[in-house]
Design a protein around this ligand. Sequence first.
Ligand code: 5AD
Ligand code: SF4
Length: 464
Amino acid sequence: MDETERQYYFIDAVREQVHALEQSLGRPLTYHVTTFGCQMNARDSEKLAGILEQAGYLPSETEDADFVLFNTCTVRENANQRMYGRLGAVHSRKKKHPQMLVAVCGCMMQEPDEVETIRKKYRFVDIVFGTHNIYRLAELLYKRLCTGEMVVDVWEDTDRIVEDLPNARKYSFKSGVNIMFGCNNFCSYCIVPYVRGRERSRDPKDILREIERLSQDGVREIMLLGQNVNSYGKTLKEPMTFAGLLREIEAIDNISRIRFMTSHPKDLSEELIEVMRDSKKICRHLHLPLQSGSSRILKEMNRRYTKEGYLALAERIKKEIPDISLTTDIIVGYPGETEEDFQETLDVVRRVRYDSAFTFLYSRRSGTPAARMKDQVPEEVAHERFDRLLKEVQDISKEVCARFEGQTMDVLVEEVNPQNPDLVSGKLSNNLTVHFPGDASLIGRILPVYLKECHGFYYIGELQ
Ligand code: 5AD
Ligand code: SF4
């Protein structure tokens, strides 16, 4: 029996128990998955939800459900705090409804100290697992139902990629697609290589088959996911470049938009810029994390590019693809960062002129080399720099985002506007948001919209 079949066996076994419980309670059982962190976690959550639905649980909008699962992130310290806060709230509910099950998975659970905390202080948690074995949810759930005891199953790493399990997509018209797992970069502030394991690329045939199926299922936009998509294929038996993979995906009918996350500047090839330039489907958006504008700090961070190298790359991309939107991640207050270093970061921000930038206060993640460094930047200094950076980023972003005002561009309609039911909201190829008058019948369609006014980070438009 292969692993996929094994898991379907456990899904069926859980379904029988769910069914029996439903009979005795006289109502259906529900689940809720709360996701923290990045797009990879969001994609994992769709897979987890798919398994639970196949096992007979119905989705619930809130954490007031029979099975509550937290898919955690650990990239910054406050993500951990938030997660424990939520877990506390769920505990009160579980006291009133003892049949309720609570599970915690994801990046945070790859850290042994956090698993210990759950074992000791959050004994009401029923299932704990990590990032490498999410496909085993049904098996772990079955074990919990049979034994009545906390089940903890965390793996350090895996070379296994299990395909073809059920999944419940959040949107019918767009989907994430994993192309690789793990990370080999070891940026000195980052916990990801320790919690997500070594870099592994998925076989291109499996990726293409998944995208073909998605397209037959009505998906128009795909987001290729990996910690460092630019190094895709290097570890395959028959090596392949990311640009090569993109070329093959471009040929799949009915997929109209291709996005990807995240690009490491050091591995971004000339070939990729050419493929993006010549493509009709690859979106006009590139997320290119800068982290710092100081070559000295970049070296300390083990990023393996310099300020000048990054600027030259951004310049080349803009020259080849003039309508591209560049976005970035920046960390403020890395150990040893001086005012001069910070000025270099501001300088890059002013020169590149990002559409948007995620700015982060440096967070001391234990287990990373940077956490052991002595000259940690005092909190007030980091905060003050953070505020200055944020203002600069926002002022520039307002100007840059407005550059398409008066043009008509294609929008993929995603939803009825949650604040105003007379409007629908969607995305341009460059990832900017557009709101325009319309109704739910437009969801999932790509339509030409006149971009009437830019309001900072979004447009108000009119359907053409
Ligand atoms: N402190 C602050 N920000 C961090 N990031 C990763 N690790 C840390 C940390 N220790 C940021 C980086 C990365 C994004 C996903 O999170 O900017 O690109
Ligand atoms: Fe995503 Fe990294 Fe957070 Fe894990 S630790 S959820 S990989 S951002």
